[in-house]
Design a protein around this ligand. Structure first.
Ligand code: ADP
Length: 446
């Protein structure tokens, strides 16, 4: 087992990883930018190393500084969390070269799966159904026109290096193709340093349902059921739940098997997520595979009573998995609490936290790094907490969430708590009748 793990991340996920390491008797090293000097992950870790100024590229994305921090502290593994370097093939490769275990996917796997167009090709060959669209990349507008006609409008063009909903455009007719192709390419170049695009049929009113998987180096893979992440704004997740209200035992079996097939096809090691779009007829299509721990992993942990970070560490250390699939025994919901103003177009609201009261009680879990007096830096993601409830039924989990949200006090900044409170009372949401289009018609003033 590892003796010391460096956590190459910040915020709630850094804390989340440090907590499991402590329980496993593994020492931890935090890295931090000057903006995070007073962060809890710095206080909770056994050691902490400052790796640079606030800008991510100079700190949390700076490979040489992170490797140096691992070297001087004698860390034998690095956990990258999510975002930042978690799906960076170069980082994974450099860790290998320095004989530091990267708790994540191999460089080859990240290259294969991180490139979304490539990943789709691999899955198609493995016999997993994918969203219809281009065979690989679209290189020019003429090819885009032909492919769109063949696929049938509406189509969606997506950045092959994309993430977080960026570099994506929905096209309803041919006239819209050229301007969107150009602007999406530019956006992707700026955000990911890679403007390459591919095209898919735009599935109307789908659900985003993903399957959690775990694989080991002995060629075994299993699934841990689904998470429904259809409540999204601008292709970004706001609320997740498991089981999905749309799920049937039969669909879970089919999607679980497809996800395992996907994992085995690439000899997947570690925890990962296979994302699918599901249409109203319960046809499902592979969208992408995330080779890391996801933000929404706690809901799976709660319904199957399983520590996914612990599992990640065990698998990375060479332990075999049991190989059996896990099915939800409870119902769990996660609300992402962001420092954003829901009444002002979700505008970021960084600043200093005043009074803070965190909800508690039966069935409540809060994964958060904030405290009274904490200053939310403007440089990073606006998520400040994940509020998770778990109960016997969906109805109870929603009632619990409403109760917890109404207890939550975060003064000093605007948060998305008022949005979530309204969502928990929305009739359509309560019926479980929502798709990725839901937020477009959701009325906050309700
Ligand atoms: P990212 O990696 O940027 O998050 P994804 O490929 O996971 O991008 O897609 C994000 C969201 O965009 C999906 O959850 C879904 O709501 C929407 N989306 C993506 N592809 C399609 C498609 N072909 N049809 C309809 N919606 C799509």
């Amino acid at each position: 087992m590892f003796k010391k793990i460096l956590v190459a991340n910040r915020g709630e996920i850094a804390l989340r990883i440090i907590r499991t390491c402590k329980e496993m008797g593994i020492k931890t090293v935090a890295v931090y930018s000057t903006a995070d000097r007073d962060s809890l992950h710095v206080k909770f870790a056994d050691e902490a190393v400052c790796i640079g100024p606030p800008a991510s590229k100079d700190s949390y994305l700076n490979i040489s500084r992170i490797i140096s921090a691992a070297e001087i502290t004698n860390a034998d593994a690095i956990h990258p969390g999510y975002g930042f370097l978690s799906e960076n093939a170069k980082f994974s490769r450099i860790c290998q070269e320095y004989k530091i275990k990267f708790i994540g996917a191999s460089p080859e796997m990240i290259e294969g799966m991180g490139d979304k167009s490539n990943a789709k090709m691999t899955m198609r060959l493995a016999g997993v159904s994918v969203v219809p669209g281009s065979d690989g990349l679209i290189t020019d507008i003429e090819q885009a026109k032909i492919t769109a006609k063949e696929t049938g409008y509406p189509v969606i063009i997506k950045a092959t290096a994309g993430g977080g909903g960026r570099g994506m455009r929905i096209i309803w007719k041919e006239e819209e193709l050229l301007p969107n192709f150009e602007s999406a390419t530019k956006e992707a170049e700026a955000a990911f340093g890679n403007g390459a695009m591919y095209m898919e049929k735009y599935i109307e009113e789908p659900r985003h349902i993903e399957i959690q998987i775990v694989g080991d180096q002995f060629g075994k893979a299993c699934h841990l059921s689904e998470r429904d992440c259809s409540v999204q704004r601008r292709h970004q997740k706001l609320v997740e739940e498991t089981p999905s209200p749309f799920m049937t035992d039969e669909l879970r079996e089919r999607m679980g098997n497809a996800a395992i097939k996907a994992a085995l096809a690439v000899k997947y090691e570690g925890v990962g997520t296979v994302e699918f779009l599901v249409d109203k007829y319960r046809n499902f299509y592979f969208m992408e595979m995330n080779t890391r721990i996801q933000v929404e992993h706690p809901i799976t942990e709660e319904v199957i009573n399983y520590d996914l970070v612990r599992e990640q560490i065990l698998v990375a250390a060479g332990n075999p998995i049991s190989g059996k699939n896990y099915y939800p025994q409870m119902h769990a919901i996660e609300c992402r609490i962001n420092a954003e103003d829901p009444f002002n177009n979700f505008r970021p609201s960084p600043g200093k936290i005043g009074n803070l009261f965190t909800p508690g009680g039966h069935g409540i879990r809060v994964d958060s790094h904030i405290y009274s007096g904490y200053v939310i830096p403007p440089n990073y993601d606006s998520m400040v907490a994940k509020l998770i409830t778990v109960a016997q039924t969906r109805e109870e989990a929603i009632a619990k969430m409403h109760r917890a949200l109404s207890e939550y006090v975060i003064e000093g900044v605007k948060t998305t708590i008022p949005f979530h409170l309204r969502l928990m009372q929305n009739e359509q949401f309560k019926k479980g009748d929502y798709t990725t289009k839901f937020m477009e018609t959701f009325d906050l003033s309700e």
